[in-house]
Design a protein around this ligand. Structure first.
Ligand SMILES: [Cu+2]
Length: 69
């Protein structure tokens, strides 16, 4: 069941490798059920129960900037 969908603005993604890094980082966060990342929109949609601070932290650790969209 998909409980909530959070939208994050991601800064710093330039190619599909960046998309993969961000996607994998988000998927590793406890409570995340599904992740969609759009390079064009610079945006990630995250489904699940993970707290937003953990998501932002995970993206930051990969070298990108995230904030709630
Ligand atoms: Cu890249």
């Amino acid at each position: 069941m998909l409980k909530t969908a959070l939208q994050l603005e991601i800064e710093g993604m330039r190619c599909n490798n960046c998309v993969r890094h961000v996607t994998e980082a988000l998927k590793k966060v406890a409570g995340v059920e599904q992740v969609e990342v759009s390079l064009q929109e610079g945006r990630a949609t995250v489904h699940g129960t993970a707290p937003v601070e953990k998501l932002i932290e995970a993206v930051r650790e990969e070298g990108y900037t995230a904030r709630v969209a």
